[in-house]
Design a protein around this ligand. Sequence first.
Ligand code: ADP
Ligand code: MG
Length: 253
Amino acid sequence: MTVPQLEVRDVTVRFAGLTALDEVSFTVTPGTTHALIGPNGAGKSTCFNVLSGLYRPASGTVRLGDTDLTRLAPHRIAALGVARTFQNIVTTEGTVADNLMLGRHVLSRAGFAASALHLPRAVREQREHLARAREIAELAGLAGHFDSPVALLSYGDRKRVELARALCLEPRVLLLDEPVAGMNAAERVRMAEVIQHVRTELGLSVVLVEHDMGLVMRLADEVTVLDFGRRIAHGTPDEVRRDPEVLRAYLGT
Ligand code: ADP
Ligand code: MG
């Protein structure tokens, strides 16, 4: 699988008088992890909403390789290989398998009508999707939980169900919005390992929004820093950590 470059160029988003993103640009090198950091309200989730097609920017472009994603509907963007997790959504319904199969349905060519009629091709496709969903669950650190009700899993495992569901779209770019929010130290380490493992095994690009600087330092190849909707710094984790503008934005000095 070849992963195209994701390029965000001069993206501006406005909400009634507020500029949530102000000509923000960054490029995600294929196969790397790019962190998007900044204080609360900096525009990180807004940026993800633009990347996944939920918000249309006032100006600027988002490209995946040669494809312009800027004004495509969310399901088109997902089908082109950009999948995301949400900041505050944790699944509680159904089994792990049910949740992952929901993710697979987007890819199903046979469609719902055929599978309702149990046509042979639909049955075969369903079996293949189930096998792949099981592989993805294992990749995402959910081995042994495939048939468990999500409500019975630990919080950390439920966050990994979200991750696995996004992976069921077979993305080339994975957008993770605060994947370790609400986790304790041990769960954070575990999640970091899983993200690293998934990225390496699947060879995809990751865009990571995260407050936990330890996690950013551990996982990110490059970091873009936003503050009040503007890009104030960009570089390796080490460069960004020492940047005076970044320290000012975080410490308010
Ligand atoms: P972050 O994820 O970095 O904390 P957000 O992208 O959620 O920041 O928000 C950036 C700014 O845009 C904030 O001031 C927020 O209140 C505002 N904002 C985000 N979404 C909306 C919306 N749908 N309508 C109005 N304002 C919004
Ligand atoms: Mg946010």
